[in-house]
Design a protein around this ligand. Structure first.
Ligand SMILES: Cc1ncc(C[n+]2csc(CCOP(=O)(O)OP(=O)(O)O)c2C)c(N)n1
Ligand SMILES: [Mg+2]
Length: 270
């Protein structure tokens, strides 16, 4: 499977999905595309025909505002038709702006209140271990989200429990809702922080498919610690005017013309 092509399709579908309503969390959706492609299309033991399959791997997108990225990936993976992407956040939709496990096929955990999804992932990793179903639990947290105290409570507990079946990513795009992390509440040195909390830490370029793949393989190759993959990313990755908006792309209005321009650029650079 050509994962680069998958990334292209996911990016285009994020644009169409958010474009259907004209505003949304575009920056933090575009920054996790390669991670989603590796997880949903290569590593996760899942079945779109049987979304609640016992013992499946699970993904908790704790930065739940990246719902449209999850939906674009799930639609491409065959969980539902791409037409549904155009109903984002409308009344009666199965695709609310933030992830909701009771509404969307393939979404494993409801999230949106930053910090909470990560704790759920830890509970799911403990549950899987108790059930001995050999599942991996994946989580994606934001870097702004990492300012939540709850993240570090979870970090301590997951290490205490030696949850090597928990593989988390931090989308380290260095931007939060209304500023750059370094101006608001810097996380540096983020790798040392996670290491000191007892985690297996791997630092990668979060847009390099090979590095993501290797990091997941490495995480699975040990059974002592939970793994935090610190993914250096670019908020808005793949569309120049969105990247150039900086943290202004956290939640951004997009006109029809801008959506078309963005899709054309993604197609051109593919
Ligand atoms: C507990 C909580 N406080 C505030 C918010 C509002 N909020 C939504 S996204 C966001 C910024 C998150 O930044 P980051 O985790 O870096 O997200 P990304 O850059 O990946 O989009 C904030 C403050 C929230 N969803 N939950
Ligand atoms: Mg961020």
């Amino acid at each position: 499977m050509d994962l680069r092509k998958i990334c292209e399709e996911i990016r285009v579908d994020i644009l169409k999905c958010i474009g259907s309503i004209g505003v949304g969390h575009i920056g933090g959706c575009l920054s996790i595309v390669e991670i989603l492609a590796e997880l949903y299309f290569k590593h996760m033991n899942i079945d779109p025909q049987n979304p609640k399959m016992e013992g499946r791997d699970r993904l908790v997108c704790s930065k739940g505002h990246a719902g449209p990225a999850i939906y674009a990936a799930l639609a491409n993976r065959g969980y539902f038709s791409k037409d549904i992407l155009l109903t984002l956040n409308q009344s009666e939709t199965s695709l609310p702006s933030h992830c909701d496990m009771n509404k969307t096929s393939g979404v494993d955990m409801t999230a949106g209140s930053l910090g909470q999804g990560f704790s759920c992932a830890i509970g799911m990793a403990i549950g899987s271990r108790l059930k001995k179903d050999n599942a991996y639990i994946y989580a994606i947290i934001g870097d702004g989200e990492s300012q939540e105290g709850q993240i570090w409570e979870g970090a301590m507990y997951a290490a205490q429990k030696k949850l090597s079946n928990l593989i988390a990513f931090c989308d380290y795009n260095k931007m939060q809702i209304d500023g750059n992390l370094e101006d608001i509440n810097s996380l540096d040195p983020l790798d040392k922080k996670w290491e000191s909390f007892g985690w297996n830490v791997i630092v990668i370029d979060g847009h390099d498919l090979g590095q993501i793949d290797n990091a997941i393989i490495k995480a699975k190759s040990q059974n002592e610690k939970p793994t935090m993959i610190i993914a250096n990313t670019i908020k808005g990755k793949g569309v120049k005017f969105i990247e150039d908006a900086g943290y202004g792309n956290h939640s951004m209005s997009l006109s029809k013309e801008q959506v078309e321009e963005a899709i054309a650029e993604i197609r051109r650079n593919a």
